[in-house]
Design a protein around this ligand. Structure first.
Ligand code: SF4
Ligand code: SF4
Length: 148
């Protein structure tokens, strides 16, 4: 597991580098962690987060959402991420793939949140396979199909 978590940390570094060319820094307004949406979090990512989160109640809340496979930490209608503190992400360095690409990439036909700095600057995608390093990401995620 440790080796996979190291692979994930390296993957996130590559992903963040791949996102740099958008030359747009997140405005850190926190709206995307506060507003209704869907966010996929995979088991390996969850394991990674668990290494850094000491607040057991927050972890339980997070795992409750997970149904042991894919986590929706945003509600379908409303709700905010349990890791949001004020406007900020309390697990920023281990935040999941989809938190990292939000805004840089935007699914065709959906609108970014009003005021998001990426409005008008996003790369529109039609299929998740168009997301940066997505196949590499899935291969890594498939190595841990269940929560451990
Ligand atoms: S994990 Fe962090 S970036 Fe992702 S939704 Fe939660 S607070 Fe926001
Ligand atoms: S809504 Fe946009 S600007 Fe605000 S925190 Fe999310 S990605 Fe950053």
């Amino acid at each position: 597991m440790e080796s996979l978590l190291n692979d994930l940390a390296e993957f996130y570094e590559s992903l963040d580098a791949a996102l740099q060319p958008t030359k747009q820094a997140c405005g850190a307004c926190g709206e995307c962690c506060r507003k209704a949406s869907k966010l996929r979090v995979y088991p390996l990512e969850l394991q990674n987060i668990r290494r850094f989160v000491k607040d057991e109640s927050c972890i339980r809340k997070f795992v409750d959402f997970s149904n042991n496979k894919v986590v929706k930490i945003w509600g379908d209608i409303e709700g905010h991420c349990p890791f949001q503190e004020g406007d900020r992400c309390s697990i920023y360095h281990v935040r999941p793939y989809f938190c990292r690409v939000y805004g840089h990439y935007n699914f065709r036909g959906s609108n970014l949140l009003k005021g998001c700095v990426y409005c008008g600057h996003s790369i529109i995608y039609y299929d998740r396979l168009e997301l940066p390093l997505y196949e590499e990401f899935l291969k890594l995620m498939e190595k841990v199909p269940q929560l451990v």
